[in-house]
Design a binder for this molecule. Structure first.
Ligand code: ADP
Ligand code: MG
Length: 540
């Protein structure tokens, strides 16, 4: 039945929406949306912090992921509710902008909505709440800047601790120190500085996964690890001072000539044709050897015959190299990627100190090491099983993201709930300078920060009320006091090395505020019905 939206004077119903449309409005719409968003926050809540639990996700094909990573969980859940999706988007943005802090952002958004709803129940108009929230967010961001500490590339210890904090509570924790050192070394190898501005091209850091060794068997290769085998069995397995050619065209005869049809009527012609092929490949090979090239990475295929000639000439070649690896190779070795075989020559050649084959876990890899400008590196993450390696991989990505965020913004703050407790206090103080109903909204915003230390305590099996009371009291004089999740007492988070980039927090606050504000302002949800089946004429 069509939705009846109004009744005209003559009692005739007026229909303005098509059949199948569902509509909820007013408080109901708000309540439903907020509930859905809170459910999302509730789902990831137990994973927050070093004592957070993991989730086991099973997809429709039966693949299993065990993780503690907020965004991974939410992505795998394929959430459908429109409001819940908006919260998932918060996690996704946090992931792309910072790479860590996804759970924090989602929990904060959930709490802002919970507290916002309480105000709605007190008949405070959404517009007032929205204004209060915006003011409070500004105050929080300003205070955050004040309590942050500058960190630069020279502060190695702090950087290692930031990497370590990112990995706490993940499967990688056991080998946190080794992994943190690797992450900082990797960053230090690829960092670029222009006029005092730091840029970390994280795409220059490749993280390669391999099972079969303990996590602390992970290592950093100053260069690139290719998960490839030589194109021919008799190729050299180890090269010193390699000259490198990067090809993004195939070394196959069929691709080398125009798309012509060859009609063969005589067996002799057949032979002539093969000879021509052979000649062509010989020519290319001699071009390659004449340029002194000893290693060829080809993004496309390499003909067996071509591989044979290359092997005979003592050239190591690998086929079907990923595009991203080609780009990394180009960056690291200074080689130009060549798409026309005519261009092969000394000009386009790159250099590496060594190229050699190595067995890593169950795979053979080709390592291109000691490159001219080692502006591309590979972290080989190891672990006992596939699931462990996957989780270590995610932890490593978080650590790299955090280091990048720290160095690019140049500031860090104390974690373990310290920074949130400091913000709660600052925003409460700010609220006391305001009057009227806005004050209540700002207060609600301040209270929302408490959810982080409270959840850290809860997840560690501690009494959240005790911990929060103590923490709030300690923050009268010390803005680095945080939750000691082992003892239930407090600790100095900065001194204990629980340190996070300021960007995790600014991004989380901004995104959580935006989604909360957006949701509080919605008072009408109009969902259209099923789209008409294809081929069926639309009715109007
Ligand atoms: P997110 O997805 O938000 O990064 P995490 O599970 O990584 O979630 O947890 C991050 C939270 O854990 C931060 O608030 C951080 O300060 C806190 N944390 C990290 N290490 C410790 C620690 N050793 N003790 C207490 N809290 C910690
Ligand atoms: Mg984290």
């Amino acid at each position: 039945m069509a939705l009846v939206c109004a009744t005209a004077m003559n009692n005739q119903p007026i229909v303005i929406l098509p059949d199948g449309t569902q509509r909820t409005s007013g408080r109901n719409a708000q309540r439903n949306n907020i509930l859905a968003a809170k459910l999302v926050a509730e789902t990831v809540r137990t994973t927050l912090g070093p004592k957070g639990m993991d989730k086991m996700l099973v997809d429709s094909l039966g693949n299993v992921t065990v993780t503690n990573d907020g965004v991974t969980i939410l992505e795998e859940m394929h959430i459908e509710h429109p409001a819940a999706k908006m919260v998932v988007a918060v996690a996704r943005t946090q992931e792309t902008e910072v790479g860590d802090g996804t759970t924090t952002a989602v929990i904060l958004a959930g709490e802002l909505l919970t507290n916002g709803e309480k105000l709605l129940d007190q008949k405070i108009h959404p517009t007032v709440i929205v204004r209060g929230y915006r003011l409070a967010a500004q105050a929080a961001l300003a205070h955050l800047e004040k309590i942050s500490t500058p960190v630069s590339l020279k502060d190695r210890k702090i950087l290692e601790r930031i990497a370590g904090t990112a990995m706490t509570g993940k499967g990688a924790e056991a080998a946190k120190e080794t992994l943190a050192t690797l992450a900082v070394d990797a960053i230090a190898a690829v960092v670029e500085q222009h006029e005092g501005k730091i840029n970390i091209p994280t795409h220059s850091i490749k993280i390669e996964k391999s099972t079969g060794a303990p996590i602390d068997g992970s290592e950093l290769v100053l260069g690139i690890a290719l998960d490839k085998e030589p194109a021919h069995a008799s190729m050299p397995r180890s090269l010193q001072k390699a000259n490198i050619l990067l090809l993004d065209t195939s070394l196959e005869v069929k691709d080398m000539q125009a798309d012509a049809k060859v009609q063969i009527t005589d067996p002799k012609q057949m032979q002539a044709f093969f000879d021509m092929e052979e000649q062509f490949l010989r020519k290319v090979t001699s071009q390659i050897t004449a340029a002194g090239i000893t290693f060829v990475a080809c993004q496309k295929g390499i003909d067996d015959l071509a591989a044979y000639y290359l092997a005979k000439a003592g050239v190591l070649a690998v086929r079907r190299v990923k595009k991203s690896d080609m780009e990394r190779l180009s960056k690291a070795t200074g080689a130009t990627i060549v798409s026309d075989l005519q261009d092969i020559g000394a000009r386009v050649v790159g250099h590496a100190g060594a190229v050699h084959e190595r067995v890593v876990g169950e795979n053979t890899m080709i390592l291109v090491e000691a490159c001219t400008n080692a502006k591309a590196v590979t972290i080989l993450v190891r672990g006992g099983t596939e699931h462990v390696v996957e989780e270590v991989y995610r932890a490593m990505t978080d650590a790299i993201g955090d280091l990048k965020a720290t160095l690019e913004s140049g500031r860090a703050v104390a974690g373990a709930g310290a920074c949130e407790a400091a913000l709660a206090r600052a925003v409460r103080t700010y609220a006391s300078t305001l009057g009227g109903r806005e004050r209540l909204a700002v207060q609600a915003f301040a209270d929302s920060f408490d959810v982080i230390p409270r959840t850290l305590a809860e997840n560690a099996g501690l009494d959240p009320i005790d911990v929060l009371t103590e923490l709030t009291a300690a923050h009268q004089k010390d803005h680095t006091a945080g939750v000691n999740v082992d003892t239930g007492k407090l600790l100095n988070a900065w001194e204990q090395g629980i340190i996070e980039p300021i960007k995790i927090k600014t991004q989380a606050i901004q995104a959580a505020t935006e989604v909360a504000v957006m949701m509080l302002r919605i008072d009408d949800v109009i969902a259209s019905g099923e789209p008409p089946a294809r081929g069926e004429p639309e009715t109007d």
